[in-house]
Design a protein around this ligand. Structure first.
Ligand code: ATP
Ligand code: LTN
Length: 334
């Protein structure tokens, strides 16, 4: 809680091109939840450098991502939209929490295992300690709820473990946050390999729908989506490709998977894929138009970046000060 309000925190990395998975699994839920909480939506640029980044590209992507938050419908006057690197408390608290986290715990993180297999030439300490920085992001704002995709479940669990450990030693300092997973769309799978999640770092361009894809690209990718030869539209584990398309269609049209199955009971795969493509286009087109409009509003975006960084710095410094005091760091002389 902050100022008597429940708090929501979430973030997306400014790496790669965002996919439909990021939108349906994360961003869209953020908009739905934004009325109920005091919200902090961060562009986690410090997380991005756990993998090598080109400076100009990172800067541009961070800006685009913040703009996308607004384009997706998050009101920057009500929600705090900001860059992680503008608020030094994130890195400071991460250091402290590093000292309350065990190597064995970090070693078990599946994202670390996956990413270190992908980047064998650069398995850096930051990549290893990445979940601790994420815990710091969340705990700094006394967060109650963290809406994320299912791939982040383990990171949320470790955040709670670290917070509980710290509270057990120093008294109630941190709120223990809960994860929030959307009902549909929490795990959108690759269109080419429906057993793996749709990812912005996938090398096969047909595997992911990017938020910047044209309607033609989207229709083509949906038509090419890998399915099966069972010729029936059912929501079952045995048909991961069809199941994924049902999830996408349901998420884009705000229906339940059961409703979607009923709607396409007698349809062929071709017809269904076409409908899936159209549902995605109808969700992404307004987003793309708004992005285009906002990219011309330079001064407006700059003022939001400045105001919101100040707001985030204000709230996070309160928690950090409390942590310093409890740990035994000397008071500042003013
Ligand atoms: P990468 O693929 O490079 O690991 P990513 O696509 O997972 O990156 P993140 O910045 O790590 O991107 O994720 C941002 C948010 O989007 C997180 O809340 C994450 O859970 C969610 N998300 C990412 N991919 C999917 C997906 N396929 N389905 C649902 N949610 C997703
Ligand atoms: N680790 C997350 C991104 C992330 C995040 C956060 C999400 C960093 N800090 C705090 C929620 C809350 C990811 O890779 N998707």
């Amino acid at each position: 809680m902050l100022d008597g309000q429940k708090v929501l925190f979430s973030g997306i990395q400014a790496t790669g091109r965002l996919t439909l998975g990021n939108y349906l699994g994360a961003l869209r839920n953020w908009v739905k939840l934004s009325d109920e909480y005091m919200c902090f939506y961060c562009v986690v640029d410090e997380h991005s450098i756990t993998v090598r980044q080109d400076p100009a590209t990172l800067r541009k992507r961070s800006r685009d991502l913040l703009t996308l938050y607004i384009a997706a419908g998050l009101d920057p006057k009500k929600n705090c939209l900001y860059y992680q690197s503008h608020v030094s408390a994130h890195a400071e608290l991460a250091w402290i929490l590093n000292c309350f986290t065990y190597m064995g715990e970090m070693n078990r993180m599946t994202q670390f295992k996956d990413k270190s297999a992908k980047h064998e030439d650069n398995i850096n300490v930051g990549l290893f300690a990445y979940p601790v920085l994420m815990a710091a992001d969340i705990l700094l704002y006394q967060t109650d709820v963290v809406p994320v995709g299912l791939d982040q479940k383990q990171h949320l669990e470790i955040t709670r473990d670290i917070a509980e450990r710290f509270n057990n030693i120093y008294g109630d300092v941190f709120t223990i946050p809960d994860a929030y997973f959307g009902k549909v769309g929490a795990r959108i799978m690759s269109l080419q390999d429906p057993l793996h999640k749709m990812s912005k770092s996938d090398e096969n361009p047909n595997a992911s729908i990017y938020l910047t894809d044209t309607p033609d690209d989207i229709m083509r990718k949906c038509k090419k989506a890998v399915t099966d030869s069972l010729a029936q539209i059912r929501y079952s584990e045995e048909q991961p490709g069809i199941r994924n398309l049902i999830d996408i269609y349901s998420a884009c049209t705000d229906k339940t998977p059961e409703e979607t199955v009923r709607e396409f009971e007698n349809a062929g795969y071709g017809q269904f894929k076409e409908a899936v493509g159209e549902s995605v286009v109808s969700v992404l087109k307004p987003l793309q138009d708004e992005m285009k409009r906002l990219s011309g509003e330079k001064d407006y975006i700059n003022s939001i970046i400045k105001e919101n960084a100040e707001k985030a710095a204000y709230y996070s410094s309160k928690t950090l000060r409390k942590v310093h005091r409890r740990i035994g760091f000397p008071d500042r002389i003013r």
